[in-house]
Design a protein around this ligand. Structure first.
Ligand SMILES: [Zn+2]
Ligand SMILES: [Zn+2]
Length: 263
């Protein structure tokens, strides 16, 4: 697949992803996600329905320390700022970081960063990346519930906007979330964003994307999904597939589909 990200950025991402997988394994058994199927509201992402107690502050702080160490090795220029950030990351701050990452609050991180002499993007990046291993556990714990959700355009687990699906040889789609690694299917074929079920409204964008990928657009709501034709598409690779196909997001947006994403 063609890629628009630099090798340096890719290497950094790869190291972060590897460490996040290790952290997920380390966290298993340390924190438990209890989901009671009958009590789950199928019209709301799971992350909005459970108490924040599933991300204990002390474990989140360890996750932040571990990922900052990876980042420091690749980007020594950030070491001082990362030390400042980790120094400030007490239990109360950790809880704010968790909460504000879950609601994508850039305003909070801008404010916090300016008060602590840290770049806003870095505070937001560490806050979000440190949460990912917990989100992986949440997706694992809710695996059997996700297919029955009736949400439009959002990951049923973590509420990330949908943009990626794997297509098997029978044409069946498995939606993949690059943020929490959830994988789910729709009960009947339809647009994941608006529910449109007239198949003629869902078309493949007529652009050169290579054999392995395709951009499916909905003519009713003007949203898109990147499809990857991979027979075995483990959800753990969703973030890698997403990075590898970043150019397709630009292509779809240039053609007038989707919302403008900020990278
Ligand atoms: Zn998700
Ligand atoms: Zn649609």
């Amino acid at each position: 697949m063609k890629s628009v990200v630099t090798n340096e950025y890719k290497e950094l991402q790869e190291s972060m992803i590897d460490r996040q997988q290790e952290l997920k394994t380390w966290l298993k058994g340390k924190t438990n996600v209890h989901l009671s199927s009958p009590l789950i509201d199928r019209k709301k992402p799971i992350v909005k329905q459970i108490s924040l107690a599933w991300v204990p502050a002390e474990l989140y702080i360890e996750s932040a320390g571990s990922l900052s160490a990876v980042l420091k090795r690749k980007r020594p220029d950030l070491a001082k700022q990362l030390d400042t950030l980790l120094d400030q990351l007490d239990a109360d701050t950790a809880l704010s970081f968790i909460e504000e990452s879950l609601t994508y609050s850039q305003r909070f991180f801008r404010q916090w960063a300016s008060e602590h002499n840290v770049s806003p993007w870095l505070a937001e990046f560490i806050a979000e990346q440190s949460l990912r291993p917990f989100l992986y556990l949440l997706a694992d714990g809710s695996k059997n519930l996700l297919d029955s959700f009736e949400l439009q355009g959002l990951c049923p687990c973590c509420a990330e906007p949908v943009r990626l699906a794997a297509l098997d040889s029978d044409g069946e789609k498995t939606f993949l979330c690059p943020r929490c690694e959830a994988a789910w299917k729709l009960e009947a074929p339809a647009c994941i964003h608006c529910g449109e079920n007239r198949s003629e409204q869902l078309v493949s964008l007529d652009v050169e994307t290579g054999d392995e990928t395709e951009i499916e657009v909905c003519q009713t709501c003007s949203q898109y999904v990147k499809l990857i034709r991979i027979s075995e598409a483990p959800a753990e690779n969703a973030v890698r597939y997403d990075l590898e196909t970043l150019h397709l997001d630009y292509t779809a947006q240039d053609a007038g589909y989707g919302e403008k994403l900020e990278f």
